[in-house]
Design a protein around this ligand. Structure first.
Ligand SMILES: [Zn+2]
Length: 238
């Protein structure tokens, strides 16, 4: 009987370890984490709003973001000003599900209900990163906004090269390979906060967040598997 009890407790411990491992290796499902994945496949519910939002202290509009992202944005804009003399501005940060639904239905009407056309740039409600409070559309003062030409502005170039230093990544890169994975056309203005540690790694990998997350999960699971035998050695059964 004691052996059976021990076996049962080991089984319970094993199950807990495995479910913990799965959770740790699945940061893309943690809406309040930094690696939450939002795209056309992984969507947010209509009721999701970040617990905390604050105005980023930067010039521009729609400045609300999650506090860590808002602080990082300010740091990034200041560094750009110091290093290039360019003034960056915020164009669009946090956006609620309802707001996204409104934008989407207007876009759909403007392209005569051509869903594929509408979705090239406008995400359906629930599929926009802006609902996480971690995304910001950035522009340069007195330049065209939300246009591919942002890439060629001094501010746009600086952002693409330096955003990772402040915890941001360029979320929708250029080229067929990126677009087929992210599901979005190239958006040189859209930056996503993931925190400094992850941003550096993702920038160095130079792949879409979707691809990087798969590699990250495999590595995390391998680490977990390596740890399992330590918790269940044969001597525990004696
Ligand atoms: Zn955006």
């Amino acid at each position: 009987m004691p052996v059976l009890t021990k076996l049962l407790s080991l089984l319970t411990a094993g199950t807990m370890l495995i479910s913990g491992a799965v959770y740790e290796a699945a940061p893309q499902h943690d809406a309040d984490g930094l690696l939450f994945l939002v795209n056309r496949q992984y969507t947010l519910s209509a009721s999701y709003t970040p617990e905390d939002l604050e105005m980023s202290d930067v010039p521009g509009q729609v400045r609300r973001m999650r506090p860590d992202a808002a602080a990082a944005l300010k740091e990034m804009f200041q560094a750009c000003k110091e290093e290039t003399k360019c003034q960056l501005i915020s164009i669009s940060g946090f956006r609620s599900y309802e707001k996204q639904a409104g934008i989407y239905s207007r876009k759909l009407r403007s392209v005569r209900k051509d869903v594929a056309k509408a979705q090239e740039y406008v995400a359906p409600p629930g599929a926009s990163e802006h609902q996480t409070g971690l995304a910001m559309d950035i522009g340069q003062k007195n330049k065209a906004h939300l246009e591919v030409s942002f890439r060629d502005t001094e501010g746009g170039k600086w952002c693409a090269e330096n955003c990772w230093r402040f915890g941001f990544i360029l979320r929708y890169g250029e080229g067929e390979e990126w677009e087929s994975i992210t599901g979005y056309k190239y958006e040189p203005w859209h930056f996503r906060y993931v925190g400094k540690e992850f941003a550096k790694a993702i920038h160095e990998a130079n792949v879409p967040l979707e691809t990087w997350l798969i590699d990250y999960r495999i590595k995390t699971m391998q680490d977990m598997i390596g740890r399992v035998p330590i918790a269940a050695t044969p001597t525990d059964l004696e």
